[in-house]
Design a binder for this molecule. Structure first.
Ligand code: MG
Length: 308
């Protein structure tokens, strides 16, 4: 099974003109490049914990202040919202010059949805996603996070038909993503937001069926609290398709550690087991001073990674 998948991937890479050396890796090209580029900040053996912040999570009034804060705290991954991203490419490129920080992912920002009953709504999603993917590629982002359909996006296709049409569209978006040296990252959400895609295993199974190096998935610890029976099982099911991770406190989506008993250790164990080399990125709010709670959360996650 694994060999035939790899062969299919190589054929796909050849077809779309990705270089032979990259194809020989037999893995997702953006992932391979990204793994090489990921900052190595700790000397312990095995995978290191690469932490990132969404732009809005980092304290500071300007992007420069936010990046200064991140570097001072050993955080080298920046996640940016996808809204109007094309108009921000130059600003972000300039801000990242002479810094170690890289763009980890672009969070949503697309319009329409891919499981819509109406073709016009599906096309709106494809077109707006392509615009974001082009900007994501220009910024060197590992990918763009995409949700196939939120509960409120209606009318949507019935489940079986929705999955089939989703896969066809993801093949097109995946090919476009690879041409722009980036990926689509499918994000499962909890049932209150998106019944259609709730679990990492299901997202990974969609990736498998799309079979494009440009289509990957992620897990979000906060959504996983409500949907997954086991953090380790969830991340293991993501396997080679796992391209990004979101983190927040487990119950109220604040900074990790702001809810009592916040625990990420079994999930981290799984990330180590699959040799995960990308980022664990904060997607959360707080009612407290970010200059205090963000460093505390970073410390907690580093301690739990070492325990995993
Ligand atoms: Mg998330």
């Amino acid at each position: 099974m694994a060999n035939s998948n790899n062969d299919t991937r190589r054929d796909f890479l050849k077809k779309i003109g990705v270089g032979g050396a990259m194809a020989a890796l037999g893995t997702i090209p953006a992932l391979s490049l990204a793994a090489d580029a990921a900052p190595k900040k700790r000397t312990q053996k095995g995978p290191v914990l690469n932490l990132g912040l969404q732009e809005s999570v980092a304290p500071g009034q300007t992007l420069t202040e936010k990046l200064d804060f991140m570097e001072a705290n050993g955080v080298y991954g920046l996640e940016i919202g996808g809204g109007k991203l094309a108009s921000r490419v130059t600003e972000i490129q300039k801000a990242l010059q002479n810094r170690q920080i890289k763009v980890t992912a672009i969070c949503a920002g697309f319009q329409g949805w891919l499981i819509a009953t109406n073709e016009a709504d599906r096309k709106k999603c494809i077109d707006s996603s392509k615009e974001i993917l082009a900007a994501a590629g220009a910024l060197g982002s590992y990918g763009m996070i995409l949700v196939p359909g939120f509960n409120g996006q209606q009318p949507s296709l019935p489940f079986v038909e929705a999955r089939e049409i989703l896969i066809e569209q993801l093949k097109e978006l995946g090919e476009f993503a690879v041409k722009n040296n980036t990926t689509i990252i499918l994000e499962p959400l909890n049932r209150r937001e998106a019944w259609f895609l709730r679990m990492v295993a299901d997202a990974a199974s969609i990736c498998r069926d799309v079979d494009s190096p440009g289509v990957t998935c992620m897990g979000d610890f906060w959504h996983m609290t409500w949907e997954e029976t086991d953090d380790m099982g969830a991340f293991l099911s993501g396997q080679k398709y796992l391209n990004h991770v979101h983190v927040a406190s487990r119950k109220t989506r604040r900074m990790p550690g702001e809810d009592e008993g916040d625990n990420y250790i079994t999930g981290f164990k799984a990330l180590k087991m699959i040799n995960y080399k990308h980022y664990v990125s904060f997607e959360c709010g707080t009612k407290n001073d970010k200059n205090i709670v963000v460093p505390a959360a970073l410390k907690l996650l580093r301690e739990q990674w070492d325990l995993a």
